[in-house]
Ligand binder design. Structure first.
Ligand code: FPP
Length: 238
């Protein structure tokens, strides 16, 4: 497997297919989420191992609030369980925790854990792990517009750079590579502004089957691509 050369600075992942994985096996959907969470851990490890600078995980979308109450509450419990279980170890290994989205809608326990992880890890120097929770791209853009208006910004002075600074992802580089599992070929309201020049990678693997090898396949695919940013040939080197 070719993994020398360009490692994307920022990889963002739409972790999709947990429900289908479970349903195909006649299992409750939550079993798919549990298995998916194990793969999430594995992929975080793999990303750290190869030197990815920022890993963003789409763990819960704004649309996901519309799922049946029991699935939402089980997903929240699972998230809480994993945050409690993994935070300290990952922070000890240098990970910087961030979250994006309407996180104030999350249960207080999870909000508390995210705040604690963010504070404890703010001085770290390792991989940035960005959890997109209660996140929607259009919603993020609208909130940024509201901030600009509330700040009394002069319309003429609103540049792309200024607007980026009002987004939840302020200070986080745009994703070089966006991965989606489960065969769906859509962005689904994920990082709409930030995805302008991202390479997209789709795989049929359902998230509970998305092993470190699958992650490396995605990186390998990325490494083979040419990136032009709307201009002429320019291989991006790191
Ligand atoms: C999509 O599968 C996945 C989710 C809505 C939740 C993702 C959550 C995890 C992987 C577990 C916890 C996360 C962390 C960060 C520890 P789906 O239910 O939409 O699958 P389907 O499209 O097959 O129904």
């Amino acid at each position: 497997m070719l993994l020398s050369g360009r490692i994307p600075e920022h990889v963002a992942i739409i972790m999709d297919g947990n429900g289908r994985w479970a349903e195909m096996r006649g299992l409750p959907r939550i079993e798919g989420h549990k298995r998916g969470a194990e793969r999430t851990r594995e992929v975080i490890e793999a990303a750290m191992e190869v030197g990815v600078g920022t890993l963003t995980l789409y763990a819960f979308s704004l649309e996901n609030w519309q799922r049946p109450d029991d699935e939402v509450s089980m997903l929240m419990k699972l998230l809480e369980f994993y945050l409690r279980k993994e935070f300290d170890e990952l922070i000890g290994r240098g990970v910087i925790f961030k979250s994006i989205g309407e996180t104030w809608r999350l249960p207080a326990t999870i909000r508390g854990l995210l705040k604690e992880a963010g504070e404890k890890s703010s001085g770290n120097k390792g991989m940035q792990l960005v959890l997109a929770l209660s996140y929607g791209g259009r919603n993020e853009i609208i909130r940024a517009v509201r901030k600009a208006i509330a700040l009394g910004a002069d319309p003429e002075s609103i540049s792309e750079q200024y607007f980026s600074s009002l987004l939840d992802t302020a200070g986080i580089p745009s994703p070089d590579l966006i991965v989606r599992s489960s065969g769906e070929k859509r962005i689904s309201n994920f990082l709409l502004w930030q995805a302008a020049y991202s390479e997209l990678y789709f795989t049929d693997a359902l998230w509970p089957d998305f092993t470190r090898e699958e992650f490396f396949l995605a990186l390998h695919d990325y490494q083979m691509r040419e990136r032009r940013f709307g201009t002429v040939h320019a291989r991006v080197e790191r």
